[in-house]
Design a protein around this ligand. Structure first.
Ligand code: HAM
Length: 404
């Protein structure tokens, strides 16, 4: 039997209704916050991700679905959505319209060659938003509020963690400071951390190894060394969250797994889904557009992991909906097609083509959760009527076909 690849899943029935329920709610809220839909290709040039997500990140270093296509191009299946949206933003020359703001939402499949486990897939789906052109911290707050609104609408409890990753003024001296600290405890840090001291020392702060974690408690913290602009933005963000009654905690080791962030970084975490607990993450990335070869444009965004949220979401009870139509004699089937076509203008209609007894039709209507079961039997065929049962109210009636 040919099966789906390891770490990749089909979505059907209950899963696909959960999936579309989440996307519909997130889309509705993103639109209310002024976002419009963008679709970018799944395949992009590998160098886009190297340049944006970062050569030293785990994603680019170990997890890319990368290959040479038939034309000899080095391409990659997107591991995340931001880079493609930034590429499209620049390609459409929107970076030249410096006084305007652009807000995009997207959803779709992302690919990371990770070790699959609960909540961690190789093909997974994100819903994300990217806002370009606004450097005020109000936008960071508004995005966090929007993610909170999405989770509230889905009935999901979360913890919000925030941090500031500083800017090109305060990050470099902090980095030196941190490297000095890390060099002092190299022997006690794990192998990965030792490698990261050379490649990307900030990522050491994110190590999950218990021994490293306890050593890092004593490390210098960037939030204690922010420049005045980053510090006042971070304080303002906290104030705005307080005023809006959005609970958060400051996690000074929250560095995110992608290299493009500066200033605000945040993660929404759930305590109900095991070790892969991040359900959404994002932050500000003011240097990325320039880095990918556009004109310098401030930007901030987030993405949520749909599969992780599918584990948590409580779906509302599905109400009975639409029509099931059937006949008791096969010679009457032609009468159903115009009837169904008319009803499909406003409702969903399923026709059972095979003639069946009334009881079997009622079962069929129940199986698809239809609101109405419509049947043409011998008498109805003779009289130009239909038999209709409202399965919610348990009421039966006979109606003239023309009036139905
Ligand atoms: P990220 O934190 O790498 O950020 O991914 C966002 C979310 O995708 C995570 O919080 C998680 O819920 C989900 N996710 C990540 N990897 C997996 C996986 N292997 N299996 C299942 N779910 C996963 C980004 O991708 C950034 N592009 C977010 C962003 C947008 N920042 C600014 N704009």
């Amino acid at each position: 039997m040919i099966k789906a690849l390891r770490g990749m899943k089909d979505l059907s029935f209950e899963d696909s209704s959960r999936f579309t329920y989440i996307i519909d709610i997130a889309t509705d809220i993103a639109k209310k916050y002024g976002y419009s839909y963008i679709e970018t290709p799944i395949l992009e040039e590998t160098k886009l991700f190297k340049r944006s997500v970062g050569e030293s990140s785990d994603i680019v270093g170990k997890e890319m679905y990368q290959f040479i296509d038939k034309g000899g191009n080095d391409v990659c299946m997107r591991p995340e959505g931001t880079a493609g949206v930034v590429r499209a933003f620049i390609q459409d020359k929107l970076d030249r319209r410096q006084n305007e703001k652009f807000k995009f939402y997207y959803y779709g499949a992302m690919f990371r060659y990770e070790r699959p486990q609960k909540g961690r897939l190789r093909e997974f789906h994100q819903f994300g938003c990217e806002s370009f052109g606004e450097d005020l911290v109000y936008e960071d707050f508004t995005i966090i509020q929007m993610v909170g609104d999405i989770f509230k609408s889905l009935g999901i409890d979360y913890r919000l963690e925030i941090n500031s990753l500083g800017c090109s003024r305060c990050m470099p001296p902090y980095r030196e400071n941190l490297i000095n600290f890390l060099n002092g405890c190299r022997d006690e840090l794990c192998q990965d951390c030792n490698r990261r001291i050379e490649t990307n020392p900030i990522r050491v702060l994110d190590c999950k190894n218990e021994k490293c974690k306890s050593l890092l408690r004593e490390s210098p913290k960037l939030i204690d060394n922010l420049c005045s602009s980053c510090s006042s933005d971070f304080n303002r963000l906290k104030e705005l969250l307080d005023i809006a009654n959005i609970e958060y905690s400051v996690n000074s080791n929250l560095v995110r797994g992608l290299d493009y962030y500066n200033k605000t970084a945040f993660e929404f975490v759930s305590s109900s889904i095991g070790s892969q607990s991040a359900i959404a993450g994002g932050g500000r990335y003011d240097k990325l557009v320039e880095f990918v070869s556009g004109k310098s444009t401030p930007a901030v965004g987030f993405a949520l992991g749909v599969e992780r949220i599918m584990e948590l979401v409580k779906m509302p009870n599905r109400e009975r909906d639409g029509y099931y139509m059937g006949v008791m004699n096969s010679s009457d089937i032609d009468k159903l097609f115009p009837l169904a076509h008319r009803k499909r203008k406003s409702s969903s209609v399923t026709i059972e083509y095979r003639a069946k007894k009334l009881k079997a039709h009622l079962k069929g209507a129940d199986r698809i959760n239809a609101r109405y079961c419509v049947v043409i039997g011998e008498d109805e065929a003779k009289n130009g009527t239909v038999w209709v049962k409202d399965l919610e109210k348990s009421e039966e009636s006979i109606l003239k076909i023309d009036e139905f």
